[in-house]
Design a protein around this ligand. Structure first.
Ligand code: GLN
Length: 190
């Protein structure tokens, strides 16, 4: 199994470390030529969604990645990665890959709660640590999108088919279960 990690900016190396700890090979995608003809899944890391969206277009990665996701390549977006996948963003006029039927709210926790750490239930995984950094949440979901975790009544993880998003950063804690869940989506066991 080989998982590509979008490595334009943000917290991509941490995702590679999680995959390594799970014994899974990963590689970085920084330009079009880094997209192999066959691979098994894609991670869109946290960072800054506007910057990543702009770089995706400038580097001509936007169309091939969007086509792969629409074609069923399993994808896991964390934080800014969630915003890249959202079809709607409540408080931003930008749209990015827009493959997932969610409306996200960007920088949704205000200034005081910009960053925080908590523990909460994730469907099927039990209680796990969750680190939020200027995070979005999922305001609305539709068309077969399932909520997987909530914090204070707000959806912070969701899945639609082979697309998984978390508003928090599982790659910044030492709990491997969300990455394990994603790998289960890749192999078809989840
Ligand atoms: N606030 C960032 C954005 O709007 C996301 C933050 C993150 O990925 N940690 O893109």
């Amino acid at each position: 199994m080989r998982i590509g990690v979008l490595a334009l900016q943000g917290a991509f190396i941490e995702h590679r470390h999680m995959l390594e700890a799970l014994g899974v090979e990963s590689f970085e995608i920084r330009q079009k030529s880094h997209i192999p003809t066959a691979f098994d899944g894609l991670i869109l890391p946290g960072g800054e969604s506007t910057t990543m969206g702009k770089l995706l277009r400038e580097l001509e990665l936007f169309d091939p990645i969007q086509t792969l996701i629409k074609g069923g390549l399993p994808v896991f977006g964390t934080c800014a990665g969630l915003l890249l996948l959202a079809k709607e963003i409540a408080n931003d006029d930008k749209r990015h890959l827009a493959t997932m039927d969610i409306r996200a709210k960007r920088n949704a926790y205000g200034r005081q709660l910009g960053s925080f750490h908590t523990r909460a239930e994730f469907k099927g995984l039990g209680e796990i640590p969750m680190t939020f950094i200027r995070a979005p949440y999922v305001e609305t979901l539709w068309d077969g999108t399932e909520p997987l975790a909530e914090v204070d009544g707000k959806i912070v993880a969701a899945r639609q088919g082979r697309q998984l998003v978390t508003a928090f950063h599982p790659e910044l804690d030492d709990d491997l279960s969300v990455h394990g869940y994603f790998l289960g989506m890749v192999t078809g066991s989840e």
